[in-house]
Write a protein that binds this ligand. Structure first.
Ligand SMILES: Cc1cc2nc3c(=O)[nH]c(=O)nc-3n(C[C@H](O)[C@H](O)[C@H](O)COP(=O)(O)OP(=O)(O)OC[C@H]3O[C@@H](n4cnc5c(N)ncnc54)[C@H](O)[C@@H]3O)c2cc1C
Length: 495
């Protein structure tokens, strides 16, 4: 890029950053003096020297993190014509942003069932958008820094330092660092060879290479990751046991009765369950690799591969000083994803934001929020949009999806799982659970719904209509129950 274009861009950047009361210039660089060209040229040279100290040419906007939220943010910058020559993305990973949920789904399909691999699932294919390969970022003029995590921030100087020592300058900073898998401590075997955590492609590749030679797999954790990985492992025809301390699967969302249906299905597919069980440590065999899981009661379960899915922690480092939320963790933002520092934003898993619909602060570790928060934040930044983010919680999972699987599982949930529940359907394949509080429908989950049924769920959860619980309980099918709920919605709309 020519020095003139760089200078023009830097001037444009600077004028933009005034919106935040911030400057893109080095602190010691005075502004250009139009009245005195010779002075200007001296200052331009000093600007060039200063400029050379920064590793990024695109400084107006910098996104830290190269995951789901970053990919959707990049798309929104491009849609607004504000990416080319202006946006840099710096990421820890070796890959351009991709749809992370694929890692425990199609990525783990058995080898003969066409497992997904990059570039197949780069963002934004998950929402029907363009596949943003590394070439896409180049074509759009977005500067990418791969495999170089940010390790330091200087809020005053508006600079970042990466692991390789690069100094990056930003006018506006978007933190999209996501979350990191929670680990077992090293002293109880959490780092043994054969013990896996799954957060990124490198983790998934390492797991696949273990599965290729595995015989006995233990999955620790009965949440989303545990359920998806256990379903994948039996797809590989491996002896698979899932172990968790709760008394049923996905305790955060499922009712005991709903969980029982899924547990029975998993058991039919060959998954063994150890529930209400604590783990003392992971044991190593003579080859140093994990060989068993020792339980709290002293018994052991043989294992050559252990996958730990016990949750994740927001990746706030090195941005703690930007301001954390003490209750839900993560970086505190407002309804426009602004942190307490002007010009610094946070989106996706790492952001603690006001959940307007339920009037509480929250963090959401789900891809739908990553996409929407990215789009909302960038639109607010680049346009006159000022409205508050109004997110409706949405969770889903899909398992046993590979070709030839006797039964695919796909559920969707919208809303809040509070109040009493009504369960309808026999899980053959459909089942629905309705959460009702003070007579109002607060949340709804449907397994194996049709596209029209899935479309109805967010409308119900958003409107929270008054429902006749007794009538719902007497519904003879999921279809009938959804018709009753739809009628309550229409009734409220008509009143
Ligand atoms: C295996 C798996 C399966 C999932 N399945 C589902 C699902 O079925 N449905 C669903 O709704 N959600 C699912 N999720 C959650 C969903 O993927 C996340 O909510 C989403 O990826 C969050 O997007 P994000 O951009 O905030 O974070 P991420 O996608 O995690 O991206 C964060 C990025 O920042 C990078 N990074 C971190 N620190 C730094 C640093 N200091 N410097 C530079 N880069 C850094 C990370 O390496 C990563 O590339 C799943 C998550 C995982 C791990």
């Amino acid at each position: 890029m020519s020095p003139v274009r760089r200078l023009t861009m830097a001037m444009m950047s600077n004028s933009f950053s005034l919106k935040h009361g911030l400057s893109l210039w080095c602190p010691q660089t005075p502004s250009l003096n139009r009245a005195n060209p010779s002075l200007t040229s001296i200052k331009f040279r000093s600007f060039q020297r200063c400029y050379a100290a920064f590793a990024n040419e695109n400084r107006e906007y910098v996104i830290v993190g190269g995951g789901n939220a970053a990919g959707y943010a990049a798309r929104t910058f491009v849609e607004h014509g504000m990416a080319d020559g202006r946006l840099s993305i710096v990421t820890k990973e070796a890959y351009a942003p991709y749809e992370r949920p694929a890692l425990t789904k199609a990525y783990l399909f058995p080898p003969d069932k066409k497992p997904a691999r990059l570039p197949g699932f780069h963002t934004c294919v998950g929402s029907g958008g363009e596949r943003q390969t590394p070439e896409w970022y180049k074509e759009k003029g977005i500067e990418m820094f791969y495999e170089d995590p940010v390790e330091n921030i200087d809020i005053e100087k508006q600079t970042l330092v990466t692991n390789s020592g690069k100094l990056l300058k930003y006018g506006t900073l978007i933190i999209a660092t996501g979350a990191a898998a929670s680990r077992f401590p090293e002293k109880i075997g959490g780092n043994l060879p054969g013990v896996h955590y799954i957060r990124d492609v490198a983790d998934a590749d390492s797991l696949v290479s273990s599965l290729e030679k595995a015989r006995k797999v233990v999955v620790v954790g009965g949440g989303y990751i545990g359920m998806e990985v256990a379903a994948a492992a039996v797809g590989w025809k491996l002896d698979t046991t899932i172990i968790f301390p709760e008394d049923h699967l996905l305790q955060r969302l499922f009712t005991p009765s709903l969980a029982r249906r899924y547990e029975e299905l998993y058991q039919k597919n060959g998954v063994k369950f150890l529930k209400c069980v604590s783990i003392k440590n992971l044991e190593a065999g003579s080859n140093g690799r994990v060989s068993a899981v020792k339980l709290g009661d002293g018994s052991t379960v043989e294992a050559d591969t252990v996958i730990i899915g016990i949750g994740a922690k927001p990746a706030v480092s090195p941005f703690e000083k930007v301001g954390l939320n003490a209750d839900v963790g993560g970086i505190q933002v407002d309804g426009q994803f602004r942190t307490s520092i002007p010009g610094i934003f946070a989106i996706g898993d790492v952001a603690a934001f006001p959940l307007k619909i339920y009037n509480r602060m929250t963090r959401v570790e789900h891809v739908d929020h990553a996409r929407r928060s990215a789009q909302h934040c960038v639109k607010a930044l680049l346009s006159a949009q000022t409205y508050t983010y109004d997110y409706l919680p949405y969770f889903y999972s899909r398992v046993f999806e590979y070709e030839g699987s006797p039964r695919k599982v796909w559920w969707q949930f919208y809303g809040d799982n509070v109040g009493d529940t009504v369960e309808i359907g026999n899980f053959d394949p459909k089942i629905a659970t309705f959460w009702i509080e003070d007579g109002r429908l607060k949340g709804v989950l449907v397994e194996s719904g049709s596209p029209e049924e899935f479309e109805l769920l967010p409308k119900l959860a958003r409107s929270q209509p008054l429902v006749d619980k007794a009538k719902l309980q007497n519904a003879s099918s999921v279809e009938e129950a959804l018709d009753i709920a739809r009628a309550s919605l229409q009734f409220e709309a008509a009143v």
